[in-house]
Design a protein around this ligand. Structure first.
Ligand code: CAO
Length: 415
């Protein structure tokens, strides 16, 4: 049984952050009706196209399990349909630039008037304050939320990450806000506003870096490589390259084939609990009793020497051999997997995390399925809808209109 079966979502989202959120809710079984501008649709349908005239992978990978209708709420007839959808839906989600919904004539006050049980959820770039009116895209959020200043190599430019923590990360935050508000509505009978700002979402994911900012006032960050290299710390949390973000030092190390394969690397963590195993496996049993390496604290100034020695060993093995040897010894390591390797990873196919879907315009494509697994409510990924594929079906269902009435809506440009 689908966990969110019966929950109706009026989906006004576009691009990435909002669509990630509503896609998750759709996977959990909610009926997500995506509203798109007549004749235009979500801009991502046509962005980064790989197959001529077909919906792009950008769109298809963010909008599975949804229905699509075209509707212009700025048109008077469109506004009536939109009002009817607000009356009957449980949740409305949007991530337009600030003020766009108000300009359509549907402020939060008006929405509450139409349906006091409505949960109205928004993603914006910034929360209330100096930047609240700004438009924001992924990398702006990564920069404004503290990720870019703490990512990259020491002494080099701030760097954005491949993980879309601003868009998809905030979409995840918003989805949690929505289900929380739905849970609250069970008791209170009332809807509420749910807001997630991308800057806040990124900062939430970077909280360990704000931790380090405060630790800096009490002395150098000894687990950072720059400590062992004798490089003084400045006033702000520095970029830490590939240092581990936690209390167990780790680094990315070369493996066999690194000179020709850009992904022949492993992440290697020198977890204190298995230090003895590490010394033995890399052929340094004498380190076990050596004063210099006896405690985690004693090892901190020598991390460069330690990792250089471990790397001399990992370079004699492939990244998968390192995994096979270290795992039975409880040493935490992980191969650097390329997207090509992930796309072909059998275990991810078996769990439904990577799914192949068929699409009428583009044929078969891969998408990432629901990473959150519920034991009694498995998510079945269905292809994304074509623009307006469900317009008539949804209008008949929600507004009980005849074919004739629907035709006149089309003629007036409302749908
Ligand atoms: N019918 C008629 N008009 C519609 C419509 C529909 N179904 N759907 C949207 N529109 C209109 C909106 O009313 C708005 O018009 P006005 O500006 O005249 O009021 C217009 O389309 C475009 O909205 P927008 O300003 O949100 O779009 P944009 O492409 O200029 O900006 C973005 C995109 C993402 C920068 C902006 O929406 C934004 O900052 N959103 C909040 C933060 C966010 O989610 N960012 C992540 C995006 S993913 O990288």
């Amino acid at each position: 049984m689908e966990a969110l079966k019966g929950v109706k979502i009026l989906d006004m989202t576009h691009v990435q952050s909002g669509p990630t959120c509503t896609q998750l809710l759709a996977w959990f079984g909610a009926d997500v009706v995506k509203v798109e501008r007549p004749g235009v649709g979500d801009a991502t349908r046509g962005q980064l196209r790989d197959v001529p005239k077909a919906d792009s992978l950008y769109f298809t990978m963010l909008n599975s399990n949804k229905r699509s209708i075209t509707l212009n709420p700025k048109n008077p007839d469109g506004a009536k349909i939109f009002t009817s959808l607000i009356e009957q839906c449980d949740v409305m989600v949007e991530n337009f630039a600030p003020g766009a919904l108000d300009r359509m004539g549907f402020s939060w006050e008006k929405i509450q008037e139409i349906n006091p049980r409505m949960i109205y959820a928004s993603v914006k770039g910034f929360g209330p304050g100096a930047y609240e009116d700004c438009k924001v895209y992924e990398n702006v959020a990564q920069c404004a939320g503290g990720s870019a200043s703490t990512t990259g190599m020491l002494g080099e430019v701030p760097t954005v990450t491949g993980a879309q923590i601003g868009d998809s990360g905030t979409g995840l935050h918003l989805a949690l806000g929505i289900v929380t508000a739905l849970f609250h509505r069970e008791k209170s009978g009332k809807g509420q506003r749910v807001s997630a700002a991308m800057q806040d979402g990124v900062l939430n994911l970077c909280r360990v870096k704000l931790r380090d900012q405060q630790r800096l006032s009490h002395g150098p960050l000894k687990e950072y490589s720059q400590f062992g290299q004798g490089i003084p710390f400045g006033e702000a949390t520095p970029r830490a390259g590939n240092d581990s973000g936690g209390g167990q030092p780790g680094r990315i190390l070369k493996c066999k084939g690194w000179d020709t394969d850009p992904d022949a690397y492993t992440y290697f963590i020198t977890q204190a609990a298995v230090w003895k195993n590490i010394c033995e496996v890399i052929g340094k049993p004498e380190w076990i009793e050596d004063e210099k390496f006896l405690t985690p604290e004693a090892r901190l100034p020598h991390l460069n020497e330690i990792f250089e020695t471990i790397e001399a060993w990992t370079m004699t093995k492939t990244k998968f051999e390192v995994m096979d040897i270290c795992n039975p010894l409880n040493i935490p390591v992980g191969p650097i997997l390329s997207m090509k390797e992930l796309a072909n990873e059998q275990s991810l196919r078996e769990t439904g995390t990577i799914v192949e879907v068929d699409h009428p315009e583009r044929g078969k494509y891969l998408t990432v399925g629901n990473p959150i697994k519920l034991s009694d409510s498995p998510a079945v990924v269905k292809r994304s809808p074509l623009l307006g594929e469900h317009t008539e079906e949804v209008i008949k269902e929600f507004c009980n209109m005849s074919d004739e009435e629907i035709k006149s809506l089309r003629d007036s440009g409302a749908i």
